[in-house]
Design a protein around this ligand. Structure first.
Ligand SMILES: [Zn+2]
Length: 520
């Protein structure tokens, strides 16, 4: 049995779900669906990161104990992903006792092996990052991410002997060219490792400063550093389903994340796994930021597009399509309203939606929905079939390479061909003469086959739309990617397809603006 394990980072509950989180979820969900369509058993883990300084501070701001705050915030994420239709196999909360026990077990194991030591440390601590920064990292005396000076803190702490494992981590990434994707992030990690600037990792916080965390099993005066806690969710999420699930899926682990957390995943996490005697994950898949103007999209910068509002307004597949089509995985992309409207109207409302509605309405008008024999074989017919055969080959290949934008582009090239075929063969003109009806029936049959192949190839990108299309065609999804088009085999004689339905309404923002002008 082929297997595929995919994770997203567990999200910090200091803000509601934003576009960045949603994109990561869409990618993980798309990959899981794709691998299922190719016959793999899949498992998707996401969750919420609920410990640490920032959460304790947010809870205090709301006048709540941290656990009460976490119990209120975590379901916002769980509910959001459910509303979006993402298929999550395990949602891990770091305050789940099953997770906490595993973190303690792992801490104890590393401690017993002599890889954790106690030491006095003085350093520059950023509460935003929840870690000590080096002088070199500062920009104008400030944390580069949080734009404020770190505090000088001197205290005794526990350290993970990470430096012992860095050479093995380096060798692993040198030997496995695809372990970090895209490749320039692997180069970045190898440069970080080669610089020699990475020391041991402080993995404790004294309770005198922070109580909100998992207690160290070997010293109850301390709690565990959030990253050491959070990364283990990738293992605890599987172990919650038993050791067999862990053993079966772990070797196929694909961690999807934004580029800002590359270092913990590429340096801390493999070192921890090696210290624990566990095999390393299979791949890190790193995506860029959604930007609007100059700033990265995140709540702290006050630049939020609320994904759930967008879902309610336009539907989840419209949002999925834009996110997957507009961003080249690994690079930054900009989210702007004009681009969104243009993309949705051109590709979804016109390109796909129109084709579906034209074909199904002609099928109703001329044949009462009854599918006709697939006869004849003109050059135009052969061109059309070749275009979809090419899409059937290319779309999975591009998906495999995480080039979702290219995959969709390839499918839309075929859809453009289908729309052109309608214009060129002009069934609506032919149908004026009853003698031509067999040819009209054959043309429409071919176009229905185009819709069938499209529904198959959209099943991992736009699952709702794919289902709707199969339902309009009156057929079940095959549930897998077929190896050839199989045109002529899908519609049994006498089969009826349904009347058309609007898949994607055109967006007309100007109309909305007239009703309720937005501030500029
Ligand atoms: Zn910081």
């Amino acid at each position: 049995m082929k297997r595929f394990y995919v994770t997203t980072p567990i999200y910090y509950i200091n803000a509601e779900p934003h576009l960045g989180h949603t994109y990561t979820m869409v990618v993980a969900d798309t990959l899981a669906r794709f691998h299922r369509a190719r016959g793999s058993e899949t498992f998707l883990v996401t969750g919420t990161d609920e410990h640490g300084d920032k959460i304790a501070a947010m809870a205090a701001e709301h006048g709540e104990p941290p656990k009460v705050y976490a119990d209120r915030m975590s379901p916002l994420f769980q509910q959001a992903w459910q509303d979006c239709g993402f298929v999550v196999d395990q949602f891990v909360r770091t305050t789940d006792p099953r997770h906490e026990r595993l973190v303690q077990e792992f801490l104890q194991r590393v401690y017993d092996n002599g890889d954790i030591y106690f030491s006095r440390y003085a350093g520059l601590y950023c509460t935003g990052c929840e870690r000590f920064l080096t002088e070199k990292e500062l920009v104008g005396g400030n944390c580069p991410d949080h734009k404020r000076p770190p505090e000088l803190i001197e205290e005794e702490n526990y350290f993970f002997r990470m430096t012992r494992y860095l050479p093995a981590v380096q060798q692993h990434f040198e030997a496995h060219a695809d372990a970090i994707f895209p490749d320039h992030y692997r180069n970045e990690v190898l440069a970080m490792l080669a610089s020699g600037g990475i020391g041991d990792l402080c993995i404790s916080r004294p309770k005198s400063r922070l109580e909100w965390g998992i207690e160290l099993p070997f010293d109850r005066r301390y709690v565990c550093y959030v990253w050491f806690d959070a990364l283990i969710s990738y293992v605890s999420g599987l172990k919650m389903h038993g050791e067999d699930t862990f053993r079966a899926f772990w070797p196929t682990a694909h961690h999807v994340m934004a580029k800002d957390i590359l270092k913990p995943h590429a340096i801390f996490w493999p070192s921890m796994l090696l210290a624990l005697g566990l095999p390393l994950f299979r791949r890190l898949l790193i995506h860029g930021y959604w930007v609007r103007g100059e700033a990265k999209m995140s709540k702290s910068l006050g630049n939020v597009i609320r994904p759930l509002d967008m879902k309610r307004q336009f539907g989840i597949d419209t949002l999925r399509y834009f996110l997957l089509r507009e961003m080249a995985f690994g690079q930054d992309a900009s989210f702007n309203e004009d681009a969104f409207v243009a993309r949705v109207n051109a590709d979804l409302a016109n390109g796909l939606g129109n084709l579906v509605s034209r074909v199904l309405s002609m099928q109703q008008r001329y044949f009462a929905g009854c599918v006709q024999p697939l006869e004849g074989d003109t050059p135009a017919d052969r061109d059309l079939q070749a275009a979809f055969a090419q899409a059937l080959e290319e779309v999975p290949q591009w998906t495999e390479q995480l080039a979702f934008h290219r995959a969709l582009e390839a499918l839309w090239r075929a859809l453009d061909r289908a729309n052109k075929y309608v214009v060129d063969t002009a069934p609506f003109t032919l149908a004026r003469n009853a003698q031509n009806l067999p040819r009209v029936g054959a043309i429409l049959h071919r176009l229905l086959e185009c819709l069938y192949t499209t529904a198959v190839l959209l099943s991992w990108f736009l699952p709702e739309t794919s289902q709707k299309m199969f339902s309009l065609l009156g057929l079940d999804s095959p549930g897998h990617v077929p190896s050839n088009l199989g045109w002529g085999e899908h519609f049994p004689p006498g089969h009826r397809v349904r009347p058309p339905a609007t898949l994607f309404p055109r967006i007309d923002l100007h109309r909305d603006e007239a009703a309720a002008p937005r501030p500029r």
